[in-house]
Write a protein that binds this ligand. Structure first.
Ligand code: ADQ
Length: 723
């Protein structure tokens, strides 16, 4: 037996190894094995190296791989079951069903039975090798029954499950003849993780619908236990990709690739497993249409598509491969000239360096899946763009679209929309591309692979889901007294700007409101006895310029110091502000990435783009320095500290607005610490809603600006109907 403390057992269909061939030639014999780079391995790298860890995967023989204290264990799969388990149930029933049934799933009892037997073999192997009290992390759709089976064999271990693909809506999941067994299998876990909140919610709905469970704050009770359910969006080894992308030989190779493709003005790129979910055909059609319509020039534009052959024994995979190859041939036949071939198609696996060189070479990355749990390719591309150039056209139906909101987001079912987005990306002004890329990089580096694994394991081991991971319960929103708000005599709707109706981006000047939120606010403002105000910490002028909102929405800037009119400081305040600015400038100059924003009554020191430790130290130095000048008020926000000499609080402004419009009820929505003064000040029928994680005096909570937009739209509709 292993030591009881801290053992981690990773369970996945595959072992994290790849063959080493004689002379590095795949046609030669296998002479050994090495740890396969990428994906899960890089996410778990640090844990696997230092902790007592076992990785259990399918295999006949046990490859010898040296990797710190990691031990590999193989589960032998009965050859009679192998195809039915893998190509049958896993990839012909679950995979298509979970990807919106893009191709029709096929359900066969003998496939399911094989799946059950293989899952049992995995569970038994884990039960044999796991130390008492070990943490067992089961991965993906091939092993959904393992948690339940393992729980029966080994109730002492802590079981986590992560699904790497989407979870389908309950109306689709309903098709699965073994739907209850799958849910029960998954519920053997202590924690079930998905890439997005939508997937997590879909799972909860299916548990309610098919097992009659009720969820509360992201957990369900099952057989006397609490099962936590949450969203843990996976990341990549962003630093690793960026490092390789900075290697001079890789940079040189990127230039060479462009040259080999005839030095096009624009190089578009697609990189995928050859799978019908990835929408390779869609981007080919959109691209060909653009050339045919002469919106892109075939002489100077090249589209390179690299596709790794995948699951080639399954007929739908052969079909999509043939379809793609037919399209490439047809389009190239029609659009090529001697010396210029618009589509370069490579069906093969690329070495990591070559792939990164290709990412570096490409001006626009096309990622158009019809459905994808996350999609790592777009994150890899972004991580490689060290000079902040390049663009991503990204399908809304990927998990990544939830984080990479500054990509050119497209509906892959709308070929015209995809074409338009490609043109937009190709023709965009370099400054726009740069500000988008800075925001994309912030998102990719923020939650990297290591952070993802740590967050999941921490939640599993402590039983504490952080608020960001917990599923926001839709019923919490249902409990929101929308009806009451809809019927209020005079409703004052106040919303914060950044992080509330506008997603947080790295460059504050690039923060735009969500069009749906603007629409909803405008609809509210058009209703009688309804006043709409955006209350921001930004200077009024800046808010006006950046948000560009319709005039019937009132604006309040500088945390309430500027209500409709710019602020005027008296001479003493003016002097104090200058002193603060001089002191802060000196401190900021020493910290790369930090910058000062000047506002009419304050300065804000932003550390969002600093190395985290240096940023935290700078904030401390500001608080201890100019922050202590008499008459200066320090205000902490998200990665920002603001020093103000005009001491307005948002609550003062909301109070004044309430009086001015004789409002009977206030709805206030905000995400930042500076919004707390308002939440604390609300009373009676007022409603305060906090956006995102963190302690708050607000009684209600939503997760993201997109939820705010939805909620405001619902309110506008109900209030219009209440008339
Ligand atoms: P996949 O469906 O495999 O993963 P994706 O997330 O894009 O999709 O990962 C593909 C990986 O393969 C990337 O790391 C990419 O670099 C690599 N790759 C692709 N083409 C290649 C080529 N020609 N040569 C070399 N490498 C290539 C599943 C889910 C996703 C989810 C991941 C992780 O379907 O939604 O993001 O798991 O959870």
């Amino acid at each position: 037996m292993q030591e009881a403390e801290g053992q981690l057992v990773v369970v996945a269909n595959r072992l994290p190894v790849e063959p080493i061939y004689l002379h590095g030639d795949p046609d030669e014999e296998v002479i050994g094995w090495r740890l396969a780079p990428g994906g899960l391995v890089s996410a778990l790298e640090s844990v696997l190296r230092t902790q007592d860890a076992i990785w259990i995967g399918a295999g006949d023989q046990l490859p010898e791989v040296e990797h710190g204290s990691l031990r590999l264990e193989a589960v032998a799969i009965d050859p009679e079951d192998a195809d039915d388990y893998y190509e049958g149930f896993s990839n012909s029933a679950i995979w298509p069903l979970y990807h919106d049934a893009i191709v029709t799933p096929s359900y066969h009892r003998h496939h399911y039975r094989a799946y059950e037997r293989v899952n049992r073999a995995f569970a038994q192997r884990v039960a044999e090798v796991a130390a008492p009290g070990a943490t067992v992390w089961v991965h993906d759709y091939q092993l959904q029954l393992v948690p339940g089976m393992l729980r029966e064999l080994r109730p002492d271990v802590n079981i986590g499950f992560f699904l790497h693909i989407p979870f389908p809506p309950s109306a689709l999941f309903a098709q699965l003849p073994w739907r209850r067994r799958i849910l029960e299998g998954l519920l053997g876990s202590d924690l079930i993780g998905f890439h997005t909140h939508d997937d997590a919610r879909a799972f909860v709905y299916s548990c309610e619908r098919f097992l009659g469970l009720t969820a509360h704050e992201g957990t369900v009770r099952w057989q006397g236990r609490r099962v936590a359910i949450g969203a843990f969006p996976i990341g990549i080894d962003a630093e690793g990709f960026a490092r390789t992308a900075g290697d001079p030989s890789v940079i040189e190779r990127a230039a060479q690739i462009r040259e080999e493709m005839g030095n096009p003005k624009t190089l578009l790129l697609g990189v995928d497993r050859l799978d019908y979910t990835k929408g390779i055909d869609i981007r080919l059609k959109a691209f060909a249409e653009l050339l045919q319509d002469e919106r892109l020039d075939p002489a100077s534009t090249v589209f390179a598509q690299v596709a790794v052959p995948s699951r080639e024994n399954i007929s739908q995979y052969q079909q999509i491969r043939d379809e793609i190859e037919l399209l490439v041939g047809r389009f190239n036949g029609a659009l090529s000239t001697f010396g210029a071939t618009p589509i370069h198609y490579l069906r093969r696996v690329l070495e990591r360096e070559e792939l990164i060189a290709l990412y570096l070479a490409a001006d626009v990355m096309l990622v158009t899946p019809l459905r994808d749990g996350m999609n790592l390719v777009c994150k890899e591309y972004v991580a490689c763009r060290n000079d902040d150039t390049g663009a991503v056209v990204l399908s809304e139906f990927t998990g990544a679209a939830r984080e990479l909101t500054q990509a050119y987001l497209v509906n892959p079912y709308d070929t015209t929309g995809v074409s338009e987005a490609i043109v937009q990306a190709v023709e965009a002004d370099p400054a726009e591309l740069q500000s988008r890329m800075i925001a994309l990089r912030a998102a990719v580096f923020d939650t990297d692979a290591k952070a993802w694994a740590e967050e999941f394991l921490h939640t599993l081991q402590t039983g504490l889901a952080s608020t960001t991971a917990a599923v926001a319960d839709d019923r919490d929103q249902a409990k929101l007294p929308l009806e009451q708000l809809a019927q209020a005599r005079h409703l004052l709707v106040c919303v914060d700007y950044d992080g509330t109706i506008s997603p947080i981006v790295a460059d504050p000047q690039a923060a735009r409101p969500l069009p749906e939120a603007v629409q909803a606010l405008q609809a509210l403002a058009a209703l009688p006895q309804t006043t709409v105000v955006v209350v921001s910490g930004r200077a009024l002028e800046n808010l006006r310029e950046v948000a560009n909102l319709p005039t019937d929405i009132h604006l309040v800037g500088s945390h309430g110091a500027e209500v409709d009119a710019p602020l005027e400081l008296d001479p003493a305040q003016q002097r104090l502000l200058e002193q603060c600015t001089t002191a802060a400038e000196e401190l900021v100059a020493a910290v790369p990435g930090a910058h000062i924003e000047t506002k009419p009554g304050s300065i804000a020191i932003h550390v969002r783009r600093c190395e985290p430790k240096a940023g935290a130290e700078l904030i401390r130095a500001i608080v201890m320095g100019p922050g202590r000048y008499p008459g200066v008020l320090g205000r902490h926000g998200k990665e920002v500290i603001e020093l103000s000499v005009a001491h307005a609080q948002k609550s003062d402004a909301v109070r004044a607005l309430r009086q001015r419009f004789d409002a009977s009820t206030v709805l206030f929505i905000g995400d930042d610490l500076t919004d707390e003064s308002v939440f604390a000040d609300l009373s009676g029928h007022d409603v305060g809603i906090k956006v995102g994680a963190g302690d708050s005096a607000a009684l209600w909570r939503v997760e993201a600006p997109s939820d705010v937009a939805l909620l405001l739209a619902r309110l506008a509709q109900e209030r219009a109907e209440a008339g």
